[in-house]
Design a protein around this ligand. Structure first.
Ligand code: ZN
Length: 40
């Protein structure tokens, strides 16, 4: 599981894959944003 924070709307989104990651809140392309692994 990975988490990314959108640079546009600051919303956090979670995914099991880093492929084709689009912000679910504003539609921003997050492929260039660093993916982090959330705690627990
Ligand atoms: Zn966003």
């Amino acid at each position: 599981m990975y988490v990314k924070e959108c640079p546009e709307c600051k919303g956090k989104s979670y995914s099991s894959s880093k492929k084709n990651w689009i912000c679910p809140y504003c539609g921003e392309d997050l492929n260039d944003v660093e993916a982090k692994q959330p705690e627990n």
